[in-house]
Design a protein around this ligand. Structure first.
Ligand code: FAD
Length: 389
């Protein structure tokens, strides 16, 4: 009997343009060639060749691909989303590298930087020659960045930054950081070369999730920066929050890739694993699991596609992005855990990608706004009441 792949149930491919399908095929191929054969080892060792991957992704035009000018590809939000999906089908850590580079660090400079800052940083970042990171979270302030303690004070024409950032993706390998700090006038953003005296970034060890991604703590000890290190158009906390809105779109797509990879793995496994004299894929309970997971995957895909089309039309609102991030990551994690059950004991083995994806999605559930924070964003929109504090 013929079989349909989990993401092809509703023939949604028909709604993609040729260019979108082509970009997806290119990214799927690079993931097959450069990520899949190695990622279990990177995960086990807790380190990935971030710089090599960045160069390869830069060569393919994936870094900041939805931005325009300065060496960026200017792709549609749908094409960018499809790329995120394929990258995260390889590993959430690999997609995180691309998201942080393009949607957080590059987007902040692209949207809020001056012309000289853009010329200096963006082409090299798009090429993957310069790796960026984005420092908003602090050891004591995650969901509530408005309480950040990192400070930037004026000293003559210079700025002096003091404080620390925590859980910063790419920081230990980064060449440049976009750092958010409190000033006398409110929150401002700074472009900080990582070799500036007073900046140190150390790898956070013992992560049980996103092990194929580099995550660091950044200490800023009287870091002296010239006046032009400040992002001139970034005024207040809404600037970093807008960068998060940008990156969350890629996450709504990417999480579906991890879920698809789990579901495909489980379907293949169940087709060949025999118990009680027949393939476990033939048991009704297993098929009910597959059906429910495939339905959720399709719904998530429709949601991601809809949000990306709104983004391409320029009408996407932050609370709509929250719907996508909340739903798709939560459902992807549910799918990954359910697939784990279908693989039985093999489900906990690194020979299969399923528990790695599930563990990764635990971080994805938390970063870029936890599920609870997105519930509060949506709840506020529905009731007109803020329940944040
Ligand atoms: P907390 O804010 O302490 O939250 C703990 C719990 O309390 C959560 O369940 C939360 O939902 C809940 N909670 C908090 N406030 C409320 C409320 N008002 N109502 C109900 N519940 C609430 N940050 C960066 O800036 N840059 C990065 O590149 C980056 N990369 C990351 C990579 C990884 C692997 C991880 C794990 C995190 C990364 N982060 C990064 C940090 C991430 O964004 C934060 O972890 C996240 O915002 C949550 O903050 P927290 O961990 O301090 O949790």
């Amino acid at each position: 009997m013929s079989r349909v792949a989990p993401l092809d149930l509703l023939d949604l491919d028909a709604s993609l343009t040729d260019e979108e399908r082509q970009i997806r095929a290119v990214v799927r191929q690079v993931v097959d060639d450069r990520v899949r054969p190695h990622v279990a080892g990177w995960y086990e060792r807790g380190s990935a060749p971030v710089r090599e991957l960045a160069t390869e992704f830069g060569r393919l035009g994936l870094l900041g691909m939805h931005l325009t000018g300065y060496g960026c590809a200017g792709s549609s939000a749908v094409a960018y989303g499809l790329a995120c999906l394929e990258l995260e089908a390889g590993d959430s850590g690999v997609r995180s590298l691309v998201s942080v580079q393009g949607s957080l660090a590059m987007f902040a400079i692209w949207r809020y930087g001056g012309e000289e800052q853009k010329q200096r940083w963006l082409p090299a970042m798009a090429a993957g020659e310069v790796i960026g990171c984005f420092g908003l979270t602090e050891p004591d302030h995650g969901s509530d960045p408005s309480s950040m303690r990192t400070r930037a004070r004026r000293d003559g024409d210079d700025w002096v930054l003091t404080g620390g950032k925590m859980w910063i993706t790419n920081a230990p390998v980064a060449d440049v950081a976009v750092v958010w700090a409190r000033t006398d006038e409110g929150v401002r953003g700074f472009v900080v070369p990582m070799d500036t005296p007073g900046v140190t970034a150390t790898e956070i060890r013992n992560k049980m999730s996103l092990r194929a991604s580099s995550t660091g703590e950044v200490v800023l000890d009287d870091v002296r920066l010239p006046a032009d290190a400040r992002l001139p158009l970034a005024i207040g906390l809404k600037a970093p929050l807008s960068c998060l809105t940008e990156a969350r779109q890629g996450i709504a797509w990417g999480s579906l890739g991890a879920a698809r990879d789990c579901l495909q793995t489980a379907i293949d496994y169940a087709g060949s694993r025999t118990q009680f004299g027949r393939p476990i894929a033939g048991f009704q309970l297993t098929q009910a699991k597959f059906a429910d997971m495939a339905v959720e995957l399709q719904k998530g895909y429709l949601l991601a596609l809809h949000l990306a089309r709104l983004a391409d039309a320029g009408t996407l609102r932050p609370e709509q992005v929250s719907v996508g991030k909340l739903n798709n990551v939560r459902e992807a994690l549910g799918i990954a855990r359910q697939c784990r059950t279908i693989l039985g004991a093999n489900g906990v083995s690194g020979e299969y990608p399923v528990l790695r994806h599930a563990n990764n999605l635990e971080s994805v559930l938390t970063y870029e706004g936890t599920s609870e924070i997105h519930q509060l964003v949506i709840g506020q929109k529905l009731t007109g009441l803020s329940a944040f504090a």
